[in-house]
Design a protein around this ligand. Structure first.
Ligand code: BTN
Length: 259
């Protein structure tokens, strides 16, 4: 029988990583794993420290949105101390890690909606919130926060019913949270080490984007842009071809995108 709760000891016993998750702190309930990870990072927690919550009571999404994290979902944050040159690649790293681990554990084929929403059959199954603190040209810390709808019925929550799905809904059965966490941590470490060794994650990320070639509407602060999502730059920015022909570069921060 699958456990619909996260068992930290089970995760640790099968962990295949060198440093990501070697220190893993589990809370049955927490406001936000990202906030707790920030607190840990400010106190100098080791790189790769992982915070997991059984549920979040004030989960945070991008653009100050609320992220729903009931029991049966995965809420996880990883503390990294990347160099400045790798900062823009963390979006690619996190979304690819989620895509690869969902594929490995379920066989499902997720796609990425720029910049980092993970979709199954057009519905959101996972979201990523990366929060970094900089001092001058140095990165003090980066927190990669990942939420995955695993074993709960997204259709039972009116706020997200029409736009979200979960792994259990797509599979027609529950999915092991432990297996997913182990796979996710292994993928994050593999991609982070590759990045540090000078490899690019750009091509894989670009090729997983469902957005390219589509007509989209992008809201960035007070501005609304419409056009064809033509390409993405190596730093992750979206290149939008507007009706007048001009190519506009849109960076991911504070942006929503609609098909
Ligand atoms: C989004 O799509 O808007 C991003 C959602 C990110 C949610 C995760 S859950 C773990 C971590 N802790 C948080 O409070 N948020 C992120």
């Amino acid at each position: 029988m699958l456990e619909n709760s996260i068992l930290p000891e089970a995760i640790k016993s099968k962990l295949r990583t060198r440093f990501i998750g070697q220190r893993l702190i589990y809370y049955p309930s927490l406001t936000s794993t990202n906030d707790e990870a920030k607190r840990e990072a400010r106190q100098g927690a080791a790189e790769g420290t992982v915070i997991i919550a059984g549920e979040q009571t004030a989960g945070k999404g991008r653009i100050k949105r609320i992220w729903l994290s009931p029991e049966g979902s995965l809420a996880i944050s990883v503390i990294l101390y990347p160099s400045m040159v790798h900062l823009s690649s963390l979006i690619m790293l996190a979304s690819l890690a989620v895509v690869f681990s969902i594929k490995a554990v379920t066989g499902l084929m997720p796609q990425i909606k720029w910049p980092n929403d993970i979709l199954l059959n057009g519905r959101k199954v996972s979201g990523i919130l990366i929060e970094s603190e900089m001092r001058g040209s140095r990165v003090n810390y980066s927190i990669i926060g990942i939420g995955v709808n695993v074993n709960f019925r997204a259709s039972g929550y009116p706020d997200i019913a029409s736009i979200a799905t979960s792994l259990s809904e797509e599979m027609g059965r529950e999915v092991s949270l432990t297996d997913l966490v182990q796979q996710l941590l292994a993928e994050i470490e593999r991609l982070y080490l590759a990045l540090r060794e000078g490899e690019s994650l750009y091509e894989d990320w670009r090729d997983s984007l469902v957005t390219l070639g589509r007509r989209v509407q992008v809201t960035s602060g007070d501005s609304i842009y419409e056009g064809i999502a033509e390409s993405v730059a190596r730093d992750g920015a979206l290149l939008l071809r507007q009706p007048g022909g001009q190519l506009t570069r849109i960076v991911a921060e504070d942006v929503t995108l609609r098909n």
